[in-house]
Design a protein around this ligand. Sequence first.
Ligand code: NAD
Length: 363
Amino acid sequence: MTLFDSPSFANHEGVHAFFDEKTGLKAIVAVHSTARGPAVGGCRMWNYGSSAEALEDVLRLSRGMSYKNAVADLEMGGGKSVIIGDSKTQKTPELFHAFGRALDTLGGCYYSAEDVGVSVADIAEARKVTPYVLGLSEGPEASGDPSPVTAEGVFRSTLVAARRLWNQDDLTGLTISLQGIGHVGGYLADKLHAAGAKLVMTDVNTELLEEVAARTNAQIVAPDAIYDVKADIYAPCALGATLNPQTLDRLTVKAVVGAANNQLATADIGQALFQRGVLYAPDYVVNGGGIINVASELKARESGGAYDPAWVEAKLSRLMETLEEVLERAASEKRPTHEIADAIAEARIAAAADAKAERLKAA
Ligand code: NAD
């Protein structure tokens, strides 16, 4: 299949391949949309089996960023980048300088941040040669670790679900099965516990699991047993695609609200959850706090100001209003929540594209 025929191409504005002989850099940058502003999305370093596999991944992820940034109402479009290679053995500062030089040639239509295999330190290396990176840990504009803001968004989304389903303002009496207590899940566990939830949790990192369970009074279960827990809400905060044909019949929860990206293995699963009366809070709405935090760095950069927690808070509140709108419309239109979230994102992107076209015509 050629590039333009791939379903993942999905109207990308640009796809750029970069090679640097000296460092061996092989990178692809996909810019899905700049209608709402510069495309922003992380860089993933992964040992892809082939460049075709890397291309497919970057296109899929890039489109997802357009949707995530639009539902978070950020003045940013969607893009993503991948570096083909083993992040454990092939990383060097020079590789990220070469990556930074590659980004620089795009002149700011795409900003990269961290993703799987790419750390704050790597982005700091790229920053030495280009301004077109975000997610720094030093300097007045730096937004630092996005995980606490992501966790706050997931927590508030859980409260939104509790209000709709059980008409209560806290989580007293509710049992939540929590999968993954890493950067986001750890902060989330503390917030859920403080709001009165009973937690049943799992992680493959048993040492961390025991520590978090002890401080949140949680019950521990084995990784695969999390799907069988008799809980009210399932909070996936580890892996993607855990809502799939194998887990669907095991889950007895009334809601799914978690941080993990790409929770639905396929769109059919979203339809199946809807038919079973399970409230699925769409992942990219629920976990948008992290990208809002990153966006604050771009805003600070553009205005010459500093990281602004009040702006982050305002955007997070707006995101929760959007979640309410998604759930309300899904109920009244009798459609799955993920379809409504996509429709809202697509409408916002289309409106911005029209406005941009008008501006360019007038200029
Ligand atoms: P993390 O790597 O810090 O935490 C993931 C945790 O899941 C780890 O503790 C890991 O041991 C555990 N885990 C791995 N496999 C598991 C399994 N089979 N069963 C149970 N636990 C398992 O990652 P994170 O930053 O906390 O992100 C969690 C999820 O949220 C990811 O899907 C990520 O893409 C998504 N997300 C994170 C952010 C953010 O701000 N960090 C923002 C948006 C989305």
